[in-house]
Design a protein. Structure first.
Length: 211
């Protein structure tokens, strides 16, 4: 994961990154709750060919540095621009949609989670902090500060993988696990109801055959 430079001066203890901060594409996409590929699409002007793009267009995100004209430098995005875009686009993200697709989403959709850095003693064990796609999380901005300073990282996991991981606190782990347990109970009830219906059908068929 690309990390930002350590902040200096009055920004060193800030609870949120300033608008002037720049994020690499990986973190910029995470901030907007989209994939890096979707972010790359947003860099393209939606105007007809032959007309200059408008940098103020809320449907287009321009990097402030790198990533243009064959440049080998990685693209960097202004956090202020990302915040303006997020305010103008409040519809559920692809991550929100994936998280609400029932059992299929639980076992297959990859979602970003904030995670602790792995001390050597915990190598191979993910220690999760919370969901990184939840834009309503009051701690999300502070966690991006921690990301920028390299204090934490993020990992792409399915809900099922996250439920099977270690968590920094029991309450967050329990809240996520309960979603999976509820899905499993629903699936079991559906299967049990189907079995009962099959047994009833078989009994009806047998009674008809012996009449």
């Amino acid at each position: 994961m690309v990390q930002l430079d350590e902040f200096k001066g009055p920004e060193a203890h800030a609870a949120a990154l300033p608008d002037t901060a720049t994020l690499p594409a990986e973190l910029a996409a995470l901030y907007l709750c989209i994939t890096p590929a979707q972010l790359a699409e947003l860099r393209k002007s939606k105007r007809p060919e032959g007309r200059a793009g408008n940098n103020s267009n809320p449907s287009v995100i321009r990097p402030v540095d790198g990533g243009a004209g064959g440049s080998k430098d990685p693209a960097l995005y202004s956090l202020g621009t990302l915040r303006d875009f997020a305010k103008a686009h409040t519809a559920p993200s692809a991550f929100d949609t994936a998280a609400n697709t029932g059992m299929l989403g639980w076992v297959s959709a990859k979602l970003p989670f904030f995670a602790e850095l792995e001390p050597r003693i915990k190598r191979g064990k993910r220690v999760l902090i919370g969901g990184a796609w939840d834009r309503t999380d009051p701690l999300r901005e502070a966690r991006f500060v921690d990301l920028a300073k390299g204090r934490i990282r993020f990992a792409s996991l399915t809900y099922a993988e996250a439920a099977a991981s270690l968590w920094a606190d029991v309450a967050s782990h329990t809240a996520l696990a309960e979603k999976g347990l509820a899905l499993l109970r629903s699936e079991m009830q559906t299967i049990e109801a189907s079995l009962a219906a099959t047994a009833q059908l078989a009994a009806t068929s047998n009674s008809g055959a012996t009449a």
